[in-house]
Structures are given as structure tokens and as C-alpha cells.
Write a protein that binds this ligand. Sequence first.
Ligand SMILES: [Zn+2]
Length: 115
Amino acid sequence: MIFFFGTRATSVLTELVPNLSCQYCGEQRMYLVISSRYFHFFWIPMFPIGKSTYTVCNHCKQTLSINQMPQEYRIAIADQAAKAKTPVWQFAGLMIIGVCIAVPILIGIIAKITH
Ligand SMILES: [Zn+2]
């Protein structure tokens, strides 16, 4: 049998960062991009693995990860980054497995009570 599994990423947040200019070209429009990576099994999201945070300059397209950002960038994005939540649907696979375990147990309990 062939199993299809791996990881995929989805964008969680893309927002303009106020009061931040590009350190390379001076552009005022800097975007904060946060993506969330998840493990999938037959394309069903099972659980999230982690988030990636980047800033992207609208003009020169310089892209910096959290480890590459200067301190002023990290301060500027802190509040916006904090509100980026992992989407609940990335736990869909675990929820399905949970339901498949819980439902037979509940049916068993109900059957014992009613007999
Ligand atoms: Zn730039």
C-alpha cells in the first residue's frame, strides 16, 4: 500500500507593519508574513509542526526570517506576531482519530447502562 504523507505550509497572517522601514532600501511598506507548517497524511492535516515568521519589503523584496531580523524589526512586529494563531483545522486528523476512539467507547458505556 502506498501512503501519502509529508508536510505542507499555509499562510496564517500577512499584514503591513506600521512604523517600520526597510533597512536595505528605506521602503515604508513592510509586510509581516507568518506561515504555519503541518504534517499531513493523505492530505488530511494531522497536527501543526511550527510557525515561520518573515518580513518582506514591498519594494526590494528582501525577506528576513526571525533569526535574520535586526532588533528593531522584532520589536516592530512583536504585537502583530503574537495574534497569529495556529488554525484549528490543522488538528483535523487528530480530531478524527479522537472521535473514532471516543464514539465506540461511548456506545459501549451506553449499552452497559441500558442493559
Ligand atoms: Zn527594501
